[in-house]
Ligand binder design. Structure first.
Ligand code: ADP
Length: 885
């Protein structure tokens, strides 16, 4: 039987440890890939596939990349969703006895890359871990480059939808999940909607509670350390997710990481809940269709001048707050910065000189920071005292806190200013890192090497003089070191003590004893110098590493400051107002002259028409909005949703006045987008989004529903829209805006409490219509579909014929007694008979439910249940029983 060569045996052993990765196996100056890895890499990277004899029956497919260019190839593979393991030679091949020792030194995965080329500056690169146990979930998300981590759990009564919504908050580029989780398949589908995030299933052991606890001992927790620790340790699900995530990240970096992580343990209801579909629909950070930032809310609001600030602003918009005080803290700061134009300009000017300190701190702790990063840090540190000074006169409490949290880092600036050269190279082993005057030994060594070069020039002149060879030249290459070069025409003048080393076509190369002695001194000094410079650099880096906490705290303060200044800048430039955030039980949302922040910017003519809105949980609970297509209904509803989101994220809003009560959950059912990934039809997607809204909205929620029921036949659609509307008004009591082309629904005002009709004003000019974009009370008086079709350029013959058909249909309808009056009687009847219907329904439902509950109780093996399982079952039964009522 064929026996693999020792090298191949070693490869196979290592490959066994990283089966899910493409293995970059270092062989001399190349990383080689074999077998299936080679086939994938050659396809993805367009590399030539060759083969290698390695003792096996057949040649192993192979391809390779030069070691110095590996990073860009790795980056391409990772961005296509592959994991890459890099295996290095762990000893000098020249000194190795037998086969060179090799080992995996790093695993590159989409969520754990730390290399600048593979990261986007303005967004976090999150990796999330999910631990699922019977409809309960532990969630952790971390960005390895900034050291931040977020932990939470979804306990009894949660569903997969809750999980997906929470994960969507982070848009992770990689998700790890315990292998036995039921949701693996769904999560994979869901991940593809997040811009192809990579999903890895990992063994249950990794999610062990003890493993989690041991990691938690090491991490720093935001908030009061002791209380936070005690609360977190009780949250077993979050602890398990946290442990797995840290273990996984440590495995990729092959280093200890937990002591570099700052974690925030939060409850999901600390932030406004926005489900994944609503996030996409509202185009918060990217557009729905092209996934571009341009055209999104973030695009309008992001006037940050640092990458840290940009990431923070994005996070704020993705996680609007619920706490009135916290929101007002941000708004107070924005108000102060908005009014202080000069201070704001100075501040932003200073901030623009601050580099990405958060990621530099990350690189310092990961040991990947180079001298250029330290120069950036020095330049950033130079700005900090001025930033503190500028802020020192501010009154807003949050600005005062940020001023305190910004450390001047004077010691770090001083050290870096003295020690690190102004324009150092990227590589650390080539010298040029340390400034003159910082370290005596470095200076001496440098002098020796510089002097050596002068000696060489002198020697060259002396040799020319003595031999009479006018073009004699002293040069250097890596093989011979320094040598004397003489062209063929002068060979007769070469003195006997020159030792010939090499003959080329036009010249000969020689060495002399004197030259070799000089070479020893020069090269010795240069080698010592680069070694010494590296050592001194490492000492400086060590010092900064010990201050990493200060760096991180300052970076976080600067990031928030930049985000606040950005809000203020936009508010000033775009003429936004401060929303008045109502506390307590207030339910009012009233906006004067509200505008859509994005549409008004995209609208080149600058004639966006502002509109008011009034919503509350009494008479203005549910606004039914009618009007022709293209009139501006969606824009109007979205602008209200966006302003609610903006206000709770701490931003000013595009209006002249706004009173906002807190919204706990924001839902949108807008447009029709096929969820191709999960193979669902438009109507199915629409209905499952509506289902999600109906089962999760509360009286504090805000919903926008755009033309629901459009995806099915008229009567089906109308009935669904009708009953959904009634359910919202009667049962959910959530504030909602409901755009519809079913004019029948306007009949509900006066019948269903809280319903108010609005329509978009249009002006008729003969057969044409002009959109006035102004909302007014009442229902629209026609659908104008044919006029809009004509506007869109449908040929006249078609629109004329459509008019004829419409007329016929209307006549027919008149004959059969108007649908309107039917609708009205239907509604009244409904109001009167609601109770009877409910009785009948609940009677049937009762008996079915009772049977179900009894049979479930009978089927239980009470002896073998754990307390948590018992609690779970009890909760479910309770829910069923409640639904019956
Ligand atoms: P509908 O939902 O009624 O079909 P849209 O909200 O999609 O209409 O609006 C259609 C277009 O009208 C938008 O693309 C936008 O450019 C423009 N528009 C909407 N509202 C306004 C407004 N208030 N002022 C100016 N233009 C508007």
């Amino acid at each position: 039987m064929a026996e693999p060569t020792p090298m191949m045996r070693q490869f196979l052993e290592i490959k066994e440890r990283c089966k899910d990765c493409i293995l970059f196996f270092r062989l001399g100056d190349f990383y080689e890939m074999f077998f299936e890895d080679a086939e994938i890499a050659s396809r993805e990277l367009e590399l030539v596939l060759t083969g290698k004899d390695c003792g096996l029956a057949e040649r192993a497919p192979m391809c390779g990349v030069p070691y110095h260019a590996a990073l860009s190839y790795i980056g391409r593979l990772v961005s296509k969703g592959h994991k890459v393991a890099v295996c290095e030679q762990m000893e000098d091949p020249a000194l190795a006895k037998g086969i060179v020792k090799r080992d995996i030194v790093r695993i590159y995965t989409p969520g754990t890359v730390t290399d600048e080329q593979m990261l986007s500056q303005k967004r976090n690169n999150f990796i999330a871990a999910i631990f699922e146990f019977r409809n309960m979930y532990g969630i952790s998300a971390a960005d390895i480059t900034t050291g931040e981590m977020y932990l939470t759990s979804l306990t009894v009564g949660s569903t997969y939808n809750h999980l997906a919504n929470e994960i969507a908050r982070f848009t992770p580029s990689e998700i790890i999940i315990n292998a036995q989780a039921q949701s693996v398949h769904k999560i994979k589908n869901f991940a593809s909607t997040l811009g192809n995030s990579y999903v890895a299933t990992l063994s249950e052991d990794l999610f062990d509670y003890e493993n989690g606890k041991s990691h938690i001992n090491d991490i720093r927790l935001n908030g009061d350390a002791k209380t936070s620790y005690q609360q977190l340790i009780k949250d077993e699900l979050a602890v398990r997710a946290c442990g797995a995530l840290i273990s996984y990240m440590e495995d990729t970096q092959k280093m200890h990481l937990s002591n570099q992580i700052t974690a925030t343990h939060y409850k999901v209801d600390e932030y406004m809940a926005i489900d994944a579909a609503s996030r996409r629909n509202l185009e918060i950070t990217e557009t729905l269709r092209d996934k571009n930032k341009k055209g999104s809310l973030l695009w309008v609001l992001d006037k940050t001048v640092t990458s840290m600030g940009a990431r923070t602003l994005k996070k704020w918009l993705e996680q609007p707050l619920i706490d009135v005080d916290a929101i007002n803290d941000r708004l107070d700061s924005v108000a102060e910065l908005k009014d202080a134009f000069i201070l704001r300009s100075e501040l932003r000017e200073l901030l623009s000189g601050v580099y990405d300190m958060e990621r530099i701190a990350g690189k310092i702790t990961l040991g990947t920071c180079n001298a250029r990063d330290l120069v950036s840090l020095r330049q950033s540190a130079a700005k900090l005292p001025y930033i503190k000074e500028t802020l020192s006169g501010c009154n807003a409490p949050l600005l005062k806190t940020l001023c305190q949290e910004t450390d001047g880092l004077e010691d770090i600036w001083e050290l870096l200013d003295k020690a690190i050269a102004d324009d150092p190279p990227v590589l650390l082993k080539e010298g040029g890192l340390i400034k003159k005057g910082y370290n005596q030994e470095v200076d001496e060594c440098r002098e020796a090497s510089v002097n050596g070069k002068t000696w060489l020039t002198e020697l060259e002149a002396k040799e020319r003089e003595e031999t009479g060879i006018k073009n004699l030249k002293i040069s250097f290459n890596k093989v011979f070191g320094y040598y004397i070069e003489v062209t063929k025409s002068y060979l007769h003048l070469v003195p006997p003590h020159y030792v010939r080393k090499q003959t080329l076509v036009n010249n000969e190369r020689y060495i002399t004893d004197e030259l070799k002695k000089m070479e020893d001194t020069i090269l010795g000094a240069e080698e010592r110098l680069t070694r010494l410079e590296f050592e001194v650099f490492c000492q400086v880096r060590e010092y900064v590493l010990a201050q990493a906490d200060r760096l991180r705290r300052t970076a976080s303060a600067i990031a928030r400051l930049d985000a606040l200044a950005s809000y203020a800048e936009t508010a000033d430039r775009e003429n936004y107002c401060r929303p008045d955030i109502l506390s307590g039980d207030a339910t009012e949302i009233s906006i004067k002259d509200g505008r859509h922040p994005v549409v008004e910017k995209m609208n080149a003519s600058g004639d966006f028409v502002p509109n008011d809105v009034l919503l509350d949980c009494n008479d203005n609970l549910l606004l039914v909005i009618t009007g022709p297509n293209m009139a501006g209904k969606s824009t109007y509803m979205r602008q209200v949703a966006l302003m609610i989101l903006m206000a709770q994220a701490g931003s000013f809003v595009p209006a002249s006045e706004a009173k906002m009560s807190i919204v706990d959950k924001l839902f949108t059912r807008v447009g029709a987008s096929d969820d191709l990934a999960s193979g669902q039809s438009t109507f199915m997607v629409e209905m499952s989004e509506v289902a999600n809204i109906l089962s999760n909205a509360t009286p504090k929620s805000f919903l926008i529903l755009d033309e629901i029921g459009r995806g099915t036949s008229t009567f089906d659609g109308l009935s669904i829209a009708w009953s959904v509307l009634e359910y919202i008004a009667h049962t959910l009591k959530s504030r909602a805006m409901f755009a519809t082309h079913y004019h029948e629904l306007t009949e509900l005002e006066g019948t269903v409490p809280g319903v108010k009709n609005y329509c978009v004003d249009v002006k008729k000019k003969g057969d044409d219509i002009v959109f006035l974009r102004k909302m007014k009370r009442g229902g629209a008086d026609g659908s104008y579909g044919i006029s809009v079709a004509a506007l869109a350029g449908i040929p006249k013959v078609v629109t004329l014929r459509a008019k004829e058909i419409l007329q016929q249909l209307e006549e027919q309808e008149d004959k059969n007694s108007s649908r309107k009056s039917r609708a009205k009687s239907k509604s009244v009847q409904h109001a009167e008979s609601t109770e009877n219907q409910l009785d009948l329904l609940s009677f049937t439902a009762n008996s079915v439910m009772q049977d179900e509950i009894i049979s479930e109780l009978k089927g239980l093996d009470v002896q073998s249940l754990t307390p948590i399982e018992a609690l779970n079952i009890l909760y479910r039964l309770h829910q069923k029983a409640e639904k019956r009522i």
